[in-house]
Design a protein around this ligand. Structure first.
Ligand code: SAJ
Length: 406
């Protein structure tokens, strides 16, 4: 029978690992969070955080103060090992969109020396189909005596950046094991902090389900982005068109934007394409449609800039979506940087969530942006931009990729 409180080793203390480790610690488990980043380890051990997410600082402080959470550079023995490390694209090779499992492999190899009979390994990282079985193979290759004696399951993370703590508790969770016993063990653990339903399956189905969730969203955003190009060609307002179509009881079109960013939706569909390149035609096309959108926006800005001698162009927003500080895979950042490099005017950016030192494009505040800009390119629907008085922008050339200033 599983014990009520376990000792859990969490490999990777990023946007998923740190909230999960802290949540488990506040529920009474003893948690050791492991990361290769010494700065992150020291910061967490002092009860502070190295990433931005609402209320995470409070949770980490209380987890560390309770004595149940500590961070370390190296793993140790425990009951359960949770792997929450990045799965980006491979830096080199024929396929630039192939998944890079080197972090998963390194984390696995790091824990194997500490594994004991009956331990459970949980993969939370979004991964291509077969990765949980790959982890098991590494274990057996390094410690043949553990063959069939440790358990492995995939419990894909599903939390939305900006709402991680709420969704960590409320969302339903998929648990896919390489055996039924692995599912049962993992379920016991997730029940200690997850109030959503726990859905049981095998590891390969769990891996694909996670990739499918993000691909579903990508395909639907691509539909909206394609509509925005069609509407532009026909001189029709895309926002009004979508709002009207969405009044049908079975239509629910998402919103067009400057492209799709973040480290999940712009990446995960490619893991399906890599596994089934000939078959995943729609998923691949959706990725291409969304990746093309920033270039289309750039061309529109360039066309407007031709009217001026040397216009001041201010890009409103650099993050990959509203009200966060994350610029990973951000189409807005790509647009601002490309416009700067194109030298078609004086290009600046305005983003209340980005620190000046972190922006590769010169930053101005909202007041300066509204005073100086000849062309305003609205890229992110941050709350501060939605509130801007339309009177202040009525004489500007405005390219609104999010439809908030209609
Ligand atoms: N976007 C649009 N139009 C829309 C909705 C989104 O252009 O109508 C854009 C956003 O601006 C952003 C990108 O899509 O650039 C992605 O944003 P998002 O809010 O849709 O999703 P993420 O990447 O923050 O988080 C997603 C979530 N997945 C789903 O909603 C299916 C989250 O639940 C996952 O846990 C996360 O990916 C992940 O880590 O995989």
């Amino acid at each position: 029978m599983p014990r009520e409180f376990q000792k859990i080793i969490v490999m990777g203390l990023g946007y998923i690992g740190l909230p999960t480790a802290s949540m488990l610690a506040t529920k009474g488990h003893t948690v050791v969070g492991v990361d290769v980043n010494e700065n992150a380890v020291n910061t967490i051990n002092s009860g502070r955080i190295h990433i931005i997410e609402p209320d995470l600082d409070i949770l980490v402080r209380s987890a560390v103060n309770s004595g149940n959470l500590r961070a370390s550079l190296v793993p140790e023995q425990g009951d359960t090992f949770i792997i929450a490390v990045p799965t980006p694209f491979k830096p080199e090779g024929d396929n630039p969109k192939a998944p890079d499992l080197s972090y998963v492999e390194a984390a696995t190899r790091a824990i194997v020396p500490f594994l004991q009979e009956g331990n459970l390994i949980i993969l939370e990282s979004t991964s291509p189909v077969g990765t949980t079985e790959f982890i098991e193979r590494i274990v057996v290759e390094m410690r043949p005596e553990l063959g069939g004696k440790v358990y492995a399951a995939h419990c894909p993370e599903r939390v939305l950046p900006g709402h991680i703590l709420r969704e960590l508790v409320d969302n339903d969770r998929i648990i896919g094991g390489t055996s039924k016993a692995a599912v049962a063990k993992a379920k016991e653990l997730y029940k200690t902090f997850c109030s959503g339903a726990i859905l049981e399956t095998d590891s390969r189905t769990a891996e694909l389900s996670k990739l499918v969730e993000n691909s579903f969203r990508d395909v639907n955003i691509a539909f909206a982005n394609e509509l925005s190009l069609i509407c532009d060609r026909l001189g029709i307002n895309v926002w009004e068109t979508i709002a009207l179509a969405n009044r049908h009881p079975r239509v629910n079109i998402l919103q067009p934007g400057p492209g799709v960013g973040g480290h999940c939706i712009a990446v995960d569909p490619w893991f399906i394409v890599s596994s089934a390149p000939e078959t995943a035609r729609l998923i691949r096309t959706a990725r291409e449609v969304n990746d093309h959108k920033p270039h289309w926006v750039i061309e529109r800005v360039k066309a407007k800039a031709e009217r001026f001698k040397r216009p001041v162009i201010v890009c409103m927003g650099l993050t990959f979506k509203a009200n966060i500080d994350d610029m990973r895979e951000s189409p807005s950042l790509e647009i601002a940087q490309d416009l700067l490099a194109a030298d078609i005017g004086i290009v600046k950016a305005c983003d209340p969530n980005v620190e000046p030192g972190k922006s590769p494009v010169p930053l101005v505040d909202i007041r300066t942006a509204l005073q100086e800009a000849d062309i305003l390119v609205l890229l992110v629907d941050h709350a501060e931009f939605i509130e801007i008085d339309r009177e202040l922008i009525k004489d500007k050339v405005v390219i609104d990729t999010r439809g908030i200033w209609r």
